[in-house]
Structures are given as structure tokens and as C-alpha cells.
Design a protein around this ligand. Structure first.
Ligand code: PNS
Length: 161
């Protein structure tokens, strides 16, 4: 059985993430969405909020589970018996960083493979950072994030829509 992890900060979950989740869930047996619990990183949403939003948005996908992790990804993967890392590639600008991480993880844990999915064209510009920037000025984020999460994002910036 192939268990994969889709790791990330998901601060917040975007439609680009949802696209990668849906597509990768259809090619592996089990997909764990691993939300990085990094206390050093200033995040908009708490780890509990991020995990709960992703759980809500993926409840209909039977082979997807959501969990948070701390520390090295490869260590967490040993703990949960996962051997595949899923990452989305948007543009060539992602490539250098992603290649470096994938190679480091493979050297650390030779049984771990990273599979890159190219982001669907309509989400190739999208990132959580862009969503936060746009939302903070009251911009329309309906094309960027699941509709059910919009209010929660605006609320963080004291914006009522
Ligand atoms: O969504 P992000 O922030 O681009 O995700 C980055 C993530 C979480 C995949 C990466 O930072 C990560 O795996 N962090 C855990 C620590 C680790 O294992 N780093 C990679 C080895 S250099």
C-alpha cells in the first residue's frame, strides 16, 4: 500500500492546494496532508485552525487524512510509514528550492521519493502569500480559496464582506 504525504504550511489552504490534493489522492492509496507546525514561522492561522479547515474541505475524499507535524518531514514519514512526498510545481521559480529539498530528503531517507505534480494552469500564479496580501486589502479572494473559508480569512484582517 502506497502512503503519501502532501506537506506544507497551508496558511491558508488555497484552490491550488485543493487541486493537488484531489489529483494526488487519485494516484496513491492513502494521502496524509501534513501541516507543518512551525512555531518560528509567523502564521495567520493557528495549527488547529489550519488542520480543521483542511479536514472540512477534504471530508468527501475517502483516502485523505489530515495531521500536523513538527521537525523534519522524513522523521515524521518514518513515524507514519509514508514513503512518497507530493509537491506541486507552479513555475520554474519553484524548481530550484523544490529540487534541493527533494534531494536532501532522498539522501537522508533513500526510500523516500518526491513526486511533483504540475499545478493546473488556472492556479499557476496562486500562493497562500498572495491570498493573504489580497485579502488584507479587502480584495476578492473567491477565485483563490474554497468559498467556505473566505469569511474566516477576511475575519483575520477585521474585514466584513
Ligand atoms: O508550503 P511550504 O511552506 O512551501 O512547505 C514547506 C515544507 C513544509 C514542505 C518544508 O518546509 C518542510 O518539509 N519542512 C519540515 C522540515 C524539513 O524536513 N525540511 C526539509 C529538509 S531541508
Amino acid at each position: 500500500m502506497k502512503r503519501a504525504i502532501y506537506p506544507g504550511s497551508f496558511d491558508p489552504l488555497t484552490l491550488g492546494h485543493m487541486d493537488i490534493i484531489e489529483r494526488s489522492a487519485s494516484i496513491v492509496d492513502e494521502l496524509v496532508i501534513g501541516v507543518l507546525n512551525n512555531s518560528a514561522k509567523n502564521s495567520l492561522f493557528s495549527i488547529e485552525e489550519r488542520v480543521s479547515m483542511i479536514k472540512e474541505m477534504t471530508a468527501q475524499i475517502p483516502n485523505v487524512t489530515v495531521a500536523s507535524f513538527r521537525g523534519l518531514l522524513v522523521d515524521y514519514m518514518k513515524e507514519i510509514n509514508a514513503t512518497i512526498i507530493i509537491r506541486g510545481l507552479r513555475a520554474v521559480t519553484d524548481f530550484e528550492y523544490e529540487l534541493q529539498i527533494a534531494q536532501t530528503n532522498h539522501v537522508e531517507s533513500p526510500n523516500v521519493e518526491t513526486i511533483f505534480l504540475t499545478t493546473s494552469l488556472q492556479y499557476s500564479y496562486l500562493s497562500s502569500t498572495i491570498v493573504k496580501e489580497f485579502a488584507s486589502y479587502g480584495g476578492d479572494i473567491s477565485k483563490f480559496v474554497p468559498k467556505q473559508l473566505m469569511d474566516r480569512i477576511y475575519t483575520k484582517y477585521n474585514i466584513t464582506k
